[in-house]
Ligand binder design. Structure first.
Ligand code: SF4
Length: 185
């Protein structure tokens, strides 16, 4: 379930940061999604995931050196051009490994677009909070910005096609307030 670690995460940007941060996307930014969270959503797919879950629906997103290199200004400009969206979903791949960039994008979506922000992650909330499973402080800063975290890796033996927004029973839909879990679905 665990693969190689990508580069270490550096400084955490502030909400007012204007310096673009480079990131790698697994594909184009999409919109009008109804399967990545409540309402109509823009979705940013981050390239890179080391977990290599059996049955992963998106193995081409695993390679940390593949995908498309852009910067956060590019993502913001794309989001600004979207209309009629309720929120932003950070997906992948694994958005946590690019937490600096994801944090800046999440703050922009909330403060400038007025959207809620969801994220899918193979990391568990408690591991990120405790710094376990190679979690970094930047990942926890990102979690504190999220409205919803769907956490945990996909486990093929626990697959359940009836679950909303999740693939396996171990994955939890956590509604958050400043990182604190307020409900679990
Ligand atoms: S954590 Fe998600 S993206 Fe990564 S291998 Fe598992 S299912 Fe695929």
């Amino acid at each position: 379930m665990r693969g190689s670690s990508p580069k270490a995460v550096k400084a955490i940007p502030t909400a007012r940061s204007t310096s673009p941060i480079k990131l790698r996307l697994a594909g184009p930014i999409t919109h009008d999604s109804i399967v990545d969270g409540d309402g109509l959503r823009a979705v940013v797919f981050f390239q890179g995931c080391g977990r290599k879950c059996e049955g992963c629906h998106n193995p081409e997103s695993w390679d940390f050196n593949s995908g498309i290199e852009v910067d956060t200004n590019y993502v913001k400009s794309k989001l600004l051009g979207l209309r009629g969206q309720n929120g932003l979903t950070l997906s992948g791949g694994e958005p946590m490994w690019q937490a600096e960039a994801a944090l800046e994008i999440a703050r922009f979506a909330k403060e400038e677009m007025g959207w809620d922000v969801w994220a899918f992650s193979g990391f568990r909330h408690d591991d990120i909070k405790a710094g376990r499973d190679r979690a970094t402080p930047a990942m926890w800063e990102l979690v504190k910005e999220l409205d919803v975290l769907i956490d945990g890796p996909f486990i093929l033996k626990k697959r359940d096609l009836t679950l909303k927004f999740r693939g396996s029973k171990n994955q939890r839909l956590l509604r958050l307030d400043n990182g604190k879990i307020v409900s679990i679905e």
